[in-house]
Design a binder for this molecule. Structure first.
Ligand code: CA
Length: 682
């Protein structure tokens, strides 16, 4: 009798679930049919999805939905509508790494309605591309919802294995970390992009696209060791996101690739953003720039006024002269304005309109113009957001009067109001307000301490580049960045968007400050003598970073005297900063990468190849070059005895004729790299 009962229960259960299966399992596949998402409602009416590639699960059943302040909006749903559609279009980015980008996906939009008497509606849209998926929530206008206060986004990423993971902690205020490499079971919290490799050699990366009026999604460990869950950055009152209907979340994205380079070649994040909003883009100009930045980080000069102030009229004129002589288009000057000496003491600093007494902004703006150099404005906010927002329009107006079109933003220290996190919705709104206002005034942005990028540069191409990474500055005053760091960030941070890393240090061991030509700086101190910090790459790897790390504003950060007459500087002069094509020729996350990029409106190609602590040899076929054409390759390579630790500046420059049948032998030193420029021989 007992056995019979169990059997009956099972039949009832099975028949129930098979009925509901029939009604609620919805699938949508990529255009090439290799990636598939299945959506369903479980027995509690909770929305779930799972993700497969070639019929193998990459993400197991994972929940969706929200806990709102007044009710649980993640259960008791029924499906009331489903719409399938397909999209295929090609578009051209204003600044980017391709001349044109194909946006091709299949979409499934599901409308869910609560089964209770409130009958509230939630839409979930999936877009499936050949290189990954995106999904987003929409809460349409409806009678029983107006105000939205999210306590928790219930989105899960229930990974189907204990994947190798490259991640930084889910800090709500900073992305400036060295990446960890661990099994996903050891990830407690993470900021995105977080990248993975499965046992089958599939590469994944979780991030988001179109973060417009929402808070940053970090991830935290769920109830199972390979389960990651959305953890949104809160407002001071604990609410994560505030809004009204019609309401939409950013896209939650999972990039999928069969090799590590595929993550970099993907345009999924950009494809999930809105098209360009700026009609006349003729003023948007990528360029190379230099500045006083490195000298201050090394401790020779100061941002603050005083005997070693870097931002003086005379020193800036010298920097403009140097830029003009070296062929660098822009000069960035931080510490030009009043208030730096009062940092952390006042919420009304700095002064975004008033230069320090030793810096004549008008004279320098004219001087830069006479030398055909762009003077780059600097807006360090010290986190005083309300003060900066009051000054946003006046400062942009002043820039336009002076003919200045570029600004670097900075958000050092805590945010005022101090209870706000740097990555919360309050700051997302601030960064967007700054970007949209800049677009109106014809101003291009480079933001340090930014909100992470999510492809907004497609919509506002005046967003040129951003930091949001543990960059070169750490090499000046901390234990620095290990050789593996620069071969990890192309597969993690760079998937979000352009990186203002500030590579290009030539005086790697900080040796040359004692030489006479530096005396005009009146340095505060001498270069640290051995043993001391130094940049943890070879010189050739510094060059390769200018190809591998995409940044439409690309800095040549070293003291200009270190570039002057240096044969390797020719590469930095020749290399482009935006591209018509990009190919990752070989790659393994945290180990090595070789990227070829084709110059914008140019027949020239540039290759950057880099390794971590391991020396490596590659054979690189140049099959991407045009047929029946001869090219000259100029090769900037590690010296035979080069090593990042004790012989980083050993390099050689060689030339050879190549065609698309050439297979190049590339030898990289430990912590080394190689940079190659390839131009047609006419
Ligand atoms: Ca920084």
């Amino acid at each position: 009798m007992k056995y019979l009962f169990i059997l009956t229960a099972c039949i009832i259960l099975c028949s129930c679930s098979s009925t509901s299966n029939k009604n609620t399992f919805l699938t949508v596949s990529s255009p090439d049919e290799r990636i598939q998402v299945t959506f369903f409602l479980n027995e509690n009416g909770e929305p779930e999805y799972f993700l497969e590639k070639d019929e193998k699960k990459l993400v197991e059943s994972s929940k969706l939905g929200f806990i709102l302040k007044d009710y649980d909006f993640s259960k008791d749903f029924e499906i009331v509508e489903k719409r399938h559609s397909a999209f295929d279009d090609t578009w051209s980015p204003v600044v980017g790494v391709y001349k044109s980008i194909r946006n091709n996906y299949n979409e499934l939009k599901i409308t869910l309605k609560e089964k209770n008497d409130q009958k509230r509606v939630l839409d979930i849209t999936f877009r499936i591309f050949n290189d990954g998926i995106g999904f987003r929530y929409n809460i349409p206008e409806q009678p029983n919802i107006s105000k939205i206060e999210i306590l928790s986004e219930e989105t899960q990423f229930n990974l189907a294995g204990n994947y190798s993971s490259w991640w930084i902690p889910g800090d709500f205020d900073s992305y400036e970390y060295v990446y960890n490499r661990t099994p996903v079971s050891e990830v407690d919290s993470a900021n995105t992009p977080i990248s993975f490799k499965t046992k089958d050699g599939i590469y994944l990366s979780i991030h988001e696209a179109d973060l417009t009026d929402y808070s940053d999604m970090t991830l935290k460990k769920g109830a199972k060791e390979t389960l990651l869950e959305a953890n949104l950055v809160p407002w001071p009152d604990g609410i994560k996101v505030k809004g009204e209907t019609p309401f939409q979340s950013p896209w939650r994205t999972i990039q999928i690739a069969e090799n590590a380079g595929g993550l970099i070649e993907s345009s999924l994040i950009l494809n999930l953003n809105e098209p360009n909003e700026i009609e006349d883009v003729s003023w948007i100009k990528p360029m190379k720039y230099t500045g006083i930045w490195w000298s201050v980080h090394l401790g020779f000069e100061t941002f603050e006024t005083g005997p070693h102030h870097a931002a003086t009229t005379d020193k800036t004129k010298r920097m403009i002269d140097w830029a003009s002589k070296l062929g660098i288009e822009g000069v960035l000057v931080e510490g030009w304005n009043k208030g730096w000496d009062k940092r952390n003491k006042s919420k009304e600093i700095p002064d975004f309109l008033q230069a320090t007494d030793d810096y004549n902004l008008e004279i320098l703006a004219d001087y830069a113009k006479s030398k055909n150099v762009e003077l780059i404005m600097h807006h360090e906010t010290f986190g005083n957001i309300e003060h900066y927002e009051k000054n946003l329009i006046p400062s942009f107006e002043m820039m336009k009067e002076l003919g200045i079109s570029y600004v670097k933003g900075g958000y050092a220290g805590k945010i005022n109001p101090s209870e706000q996190y740097k990555h919360g919705q309050f700051m997302v709104r601030h960064y967007r307000k700054q970007l949209e206002t800049a677009a109106k005034y014809g101003i291009m942005l480079n933001i340090h301490e930014p909100i992470k990028q999510t492809g907004i540069q497609r919509t506002y191409p005046n967003f040129m580049t951003a930091e949001g990474v543990r960059g070169m500055e750490f090499e000046a005053w901390s234990e620095g960045n290990p050789p593996s760091h620069t071969v990890t960030i192309p597969f993690t941070r760079m998937l979000a968007g352009p990186v203002d890393y500030n590579a290009g240090i030539f005086d790697i061991q900080f040796e040359s400050i004692d030489e006479k030509e530096f005396n005009w700086r009146k340095p505060k101190k001498k270069y640290p003598k051995n043993p001391g910090p130094s940049v943890k790459t070879t010189l050739a790897k510094q060059l390769a970073l200018h190809v591998v790390l995409f940044s439409p504003l690309q800095m040549s950060p070293d003291l200009p005297e270190n570039y002057h007459d240096h044969p390797a500087f020719k590469f930095i002069q020749d290399v482009d900063v935006v591209w018509d094509d990009t190919k990752v020729l070989n790659a393994e996350i945290g180990e090595f990468i070789t990227v070829a990029r084709k110059g914008k409106d140019s027949p020239e190609w540039f290759i950057g190849s880099m390794t971590n602590e391991e020396p490596r040899n590659f054979k690189i076929p140049l099959s991407f070059l045009d047929n029946n054409k001869k090219y000259k390759a100029t090769i900037y390579k590690d010296g035979v005895e080069a090593h990042w630790e004790d012989n980083p500046t050993s390099y050689e420059i060689t030339e050879q004729e190549v065609t698309n049948e050439t297979i190049l032998d590339i030898a990289l030193a430990a912590g080394g790299g190689q940079a190659i420029s390839i131009s047609p021989i006419y």
